[in-house]
Design a protein around this ligand. Structure first.
Ligand code: ADP
Length: 594
């Protein structure tokens, strides 16, 4: 089960990374698009501003001309009296010259009926002279309000133009006629053709009166209401042309008034970015359309960068997660290892304790023969004393009886001390127990246990006591070490001529050195390094286990000391190095003294 869930987790993680990747790539694409739009919009806005400026300059240049000419006395005179055909021609010539100077389209004068009585193009085939323009709103507007502006396609020659008109008045402010200037914007339109994007100038009816691409001209941007359209046709404003619609669908509004549009235009259905600016004086709106296609390179670049960043983040996250997991795993393993070490240590300690006990029991076994002999002796002695006690009772010799009883008492006390101590020695002692103790006392006890053997073998014991010496350790275990050392020494000296046991205690820095030396001939040099090994023995089978020194070594090391051996004075010398402990108040009697 955990395997399956782990696999599922990997799968889910992979899906999450993939989803994140897609989202970040998509977002980056959106961002790239938005950036591209705003950059294009800024550029287009500048372009639009330039177009608006050139249009404004063109109109401004001629705005004042009709007003000035309206004050001209020759014009006023002709309107007063139109009977002289020469006067007509003279004015037409003048208008022609003026027009050439100013560079406008056409300059012409209408009388109150709307008939052209003088025109700058009087000599041309397309001459306005004789034409009636009363239906034109610029004529009616000038009569009504004094001046007017109007865009229309010329009624005579079909050339589109912007008409600026001005009423001509006499001294009494009576209107005599209307002076008109027609601005032809074809040049301007031609200049725009080379520029990027499509520029449209729409009038208040949303008709594109100017366009940088001819096919877009005279299209209705948002569909003209039928009634209004009829009115436009009446005015013959856009000439005979059919007003084709330009279906527009807004896709999205962007910042700074820019808008994304889908247009069914002359170039087919396409998406454009539109920016517009109104020309309030003319009631027109300039619109710049830029093809709305986002360069794939930019989008790819952003998408790649986003994907890179996302993947880097995802992998960093994974890496950190994995590291955390590894660390946790490591900690768990370490904890397990520590527990294992503790368990093993405990098991080892127990095994060692068991070993110590086993070795001790072996020593006990070896001692038991001597002890049986030792106990037998006082028993025989006591039997004899009891026998003589019976005789003394018959004699009623109370003084002798008291002496006899005292002897029995002494024998019993000694036996009790011996067996009591044997019991203590045999007892299992946990290794952790530590107390403050006097090495001298420990030596006393060990000697007591082996006294029978020592006496039997007539071994000479030379001791140097040190009552001020105190060490820290486990008395029973230390006693076990000493019993073992003494036992080995006695064994080595058995059958030797000189049997001398030297036990000494001396100070060495922060330690006490307790040495046990014998005259048993020592240890063979090749054995010296091996005597502390478990099961190393030179004794015949059945006599030695080879455990005594190994266990002793362990006990001494455990109590913070050291056990060393070397040959000296015709025998082996074992030295116990024990860290010194502070001595308690020397006036207090030692509790371990029997
Ligand atoms: P065991 O006494 O059962 O052999 P020990 O570990 O006590 O086991 O001793 C190991 C060996 O070290 C002995 O068999 C003996 O050869 C040697 N040895 C120990 N003490 C003495 C000594 N005092 N003199 C000579 N040899 C000794």
């Amino acid at each position: 089960m955990p395997l399956l869930s782990a696999r599922r987790r990997v799968l889910l993680g992979g899906l999450a990374i993939l989803a994140g990747l897609l989202v970040s790539v998509w977002l980056a694409g959106r961002y790239a698009e938005r950036r591209h739009w705003s950059e294009t919009a800024i550029e287009a806005r500048g372009q639009l501003e330039l177009y608006a400026q050139s249009l404004r300059i063109l109109v401004e240049r001629f705005r004042a001309l009709p007003a000035i000419l309206a004050l001209d006395t020759e014009i006023q005179a002709l309107l007063h009296d139109a009977s002289d055909p020469l006067a007509h021609e003279r004015l037409s010539r003048r208008l022609q010259r003026l027009n050439q100077e100013a560079g406008a389209g056409v300059l012409y004068l209408l009388d109150l009926r709307g008939e052209a009585i003088a025109a700058s193009n009087w000599q041309e085939p397309s001459s306005f002279i004789g034409g009636n323009y009363a239906f034109r709103p610029y004529f009616q507007g000038a009569l009504r309000e004094g001046s007017a502006r109007y865009f229309a396609v010329g009624a005579t020659i079909g050339v589109p133009g912007y008409f600026l008109s001005r009423a001509v008045r006499d001294a009494d402010e009576r209107i005599l006629g209307v002076l008109v200037i027609k601005l032809v914007m074809e040049d301007l339109q031609r200049d725009w053709a080379g520029q990027p994007g499509i520029l449209l100038v729409t009038d208040q009816h949303q008709v594109a009166i100017l366009a940088s691409r001819p096919a877009w001209r005279f299209r209705v941007l948002q569909g003209v209401p039928a009634k209004l359209r009829a009115g436009l046709d009446d005015a013959r404003r856009y000439g005979v042309r059919e007003l084709q619609p330009l279906a527009m669908q807004s896709l999205r509004r962007l910042d700074d008034g820019a808008e994304l549009l889908r247009i069914d235009g002359p170039d087919g259905r396409r998406d454009y970015l539109r920016l517009s600016q109104s020309l309030p004086d003319e009631g027109w709106t300039l619109q710049l359309l830029r093809e709305a296609h986002v360069p794939g390179g930019a989008v790819r670049g952003y998408a790649l960068a986003a994907a890179g960043i996302w993947l880097a983040l995802a992998f960093l996250f994974l890496f950190l997660g994995q590291r955390q997991k590894n660390r946790r795993l490591l900690l768990r393993r370490r904890a397990e290892l520590e527990r294992l070490v503790e368990e093993r240590t405990a098991a080892l300690r127990q095994a060692q304790d068991e070993l110590v006990q086993a070795a001790k029991m072996a020593a006990l076994g070896q001692m038991s023969a001597a002890l049986a002999h030792e106990i037998n002796q006082p028993l025989t002695a006591m039997r004899m004393q009891l026998g003589s006690l019976g005789l003394l009772l018959a004699k009623n010799d109370s003084a002798a009886m008291r002496t006899c009883l005292a002897r029995i008492d002494g024998l019993l006390t000694r036996m009790a001390a011996l067996t009591g101590h044997l019991k203590t020695f045999a007892r299992d002692t946990p290794s952790g127990l530590r107390e403050r103790l006097q090495p001298d006392t420990v030596v006393d006890h060990a000697l007591l246990l082996l006294e029978a053997r020592i006496r039997q073998d007539a071994v000479q014991v030379l001791r140097r006591r040190e009552p001020l010496a105190w060490v820290e350790g486990n008395a029973i275990r230390l006693e076990q070490v000493l019993v073992n050392l003494l036992h080995n020494a006695l064994a080595a000296m058995a059958g030797r001529e000189r049997r001398e046991l030297r036990i000494a205690l001396r100070r060495d820095g922060g330690d006490w050195l307790l040495s046990v030396a014998d005259s048993g001939g020592g240890i063979a040099p090749e054995h010296l390094s091996r005597v502390f090994e478990p099961f190393f023995t030179t004794k015949p089978v059945g006599e030695g286990l080879g455990l005594g020194l190994a266990v002793s070594y362990g006990i001494v090391r455990e109590s913070g000391g050291q056990l060393e051996v070397h040959n000296a004075g015709g025998g082996a010398q074992f030295t116990l190095r024990l860290p010194a402990a502070a001595s308690p108040d020397t006036l207090q009697p030692s509790p371990q003294e029997p």
